[in-house]
Design a protein around this ligand. Structure first.
Ligand code: SF4
Length: 356
């Protein structure tokens, strides 16, 4: 790989200045995609979901991961909670359900809510979803996992990279070991385990062997695999994000090695061009598309066309608003009147935004 990208405040660290292009010659790339798709077809239904992660706030007690928007915030801001209202969160949960999107993880920065508040929020969310949810709130102690277990199907560990040197540099205050401990606790409670991986932050494709080992060792059920988004103000500002082909090679290798793994690929904002490659490589679902803001847009139509191009059937819709009696849906919720009224107001605001 060529060294072309430059980074603000660049420091000496493994492979950080590499451009992340397709690591394979065209014939090998086509072959690995073909093989991965064959494995996918044998082990999964021919569908693709849009997965919507729901964030309950933007607060982080760490705020120094080098790729993260939070790292651009002054340290003193990390102590200030920026939480969404419960009604806003629950309105989004209703939209996710009614549009047929897949519920992604439920997330907020580390220590954004105390365990009692978080459990209560989970109880509200699952009253709407009628199914347990994934949670991604940093390493969770076993005693807190027990508290959340009635509402949680699995935990997500923000591992980000399996290359130890890159991890030390990029996530200096977020070691992987507490997540590994959380995975062990999840095992004992019968919860599933997912991990995140961000590409383009200093790893090379050779690190796939480390990923394979990690997934085996910790019996990971689901992988969230994202390309770096080089946010302004972060260490990676100005970096060239990895190509879709680079991400597809990682996914294809993973699919071939783990036929039944749930693989969820994050795309870069509304960049849906060539998204079908990620599906052909074996991803089950796609996330990070700004579905509320871009609902019905040309990018949303392109998203659905890319799903078709990969030979999959789209679950739910990013372009067609279903006919629903939204007030009746709110009226039927098992919540008190003030909360229901708050949800109703937010829900109509979101729907108006989507329809506009
Ligand atoms: S812990 Fe998460 S929210 Fe906090 S800085 Fe790191 S990536 Fe960002």
């Amino acid at each position: 790989m060529q060294s072309t990208a430059t980074f603000q405040g660049q420091q000496s660290t493994p492979a950080l200045a590499s451009a992340y292009e397709n690591p394979l010659p065209v014939n090998e790339f086509n072959k690995i995609l073909y093989d991965a798709n064959q494995v996918f077809v044998r082990n999964h239904p021919p569908t693709a979901a849009f997965e919507r992660a729901i964030f309950f706030g933007w607060h982080c007690a760490i705020n120094d991961c080098k790729f993260c928007y939070m790292s651009t915030q002054p340290k003193e801001a990390s102590g200030k909670l920026a939480l969404r209202s419960t009604s806003s969160i629950l309105a989004e949960v209703i939209i996710t359900k009614e549009l047929g999107w897949q519920s992604g993880f439920f997330s907020g920065g580390i220590n954004a809510k105390n365990p009692k508040q978080f459990r209560e929020l989970l109880s509200y969310v699952t009253a709407i979803t009628n199914e347990k949810v994934w949670v991604n709130i940093g390493p969770i102690a076993r005693r807190h996992l027990e508290l959340y277990a009635p509402y949680v199907c699995g935990v997500v560990g923000s591992i980000e990279t399996v290359n130890p040197a890159v991890h030390d540099f990029v996530c200096p205050s977020k070691p992987a070991s507490p997540y590994v401990k959380m995975f062990s606790a999840a095992d004992t409670l019968g919860l599933k385990k997912a991990m995140t991986l961000i590409l383009g932050i200093g790893e090379t494709i050779d690190d796939f062997l480390l990923l394979e080992k990690f997934i085996h060792e910790h019996r990971i059920d689901k992988l969230h695999i994202y390309n770096l988004i080089p946010h302004d103000g972060t260490y990676f500002e100005g970096a060239q994000p990895p190509s879709v082909e680079y991400q597809a090679v990682w996914i294809a290798k993973t699919r071939i090695a783990f036929p039944s793994l749930d693989i969820q690929a994050g795309i870069w904002e509304d960049k849906t061009e060539d998204m079908h490659l990620l599906l052909l490589a074996g991803a089950n679902s796609i996330s990070k598309f700004p579905a509320l803001r871009k609902f019905g847009s040309s990018a949303a139509h392109e998203f659905e066309a890319e799903v078709q191009r990969a030979g999959r059937m789209m679950q739910g819709s990013l372009t067609t608003m279903p006919k629903r009696d939204w007030n009746a849906i709110v009226d039927a919720l098992p919540f008190d009147t003030p909360l229901k009224e708050g949800i109703r107001e937010k829900l109509h605001t979101y729907i108006k935004t989507m329809q506009e």
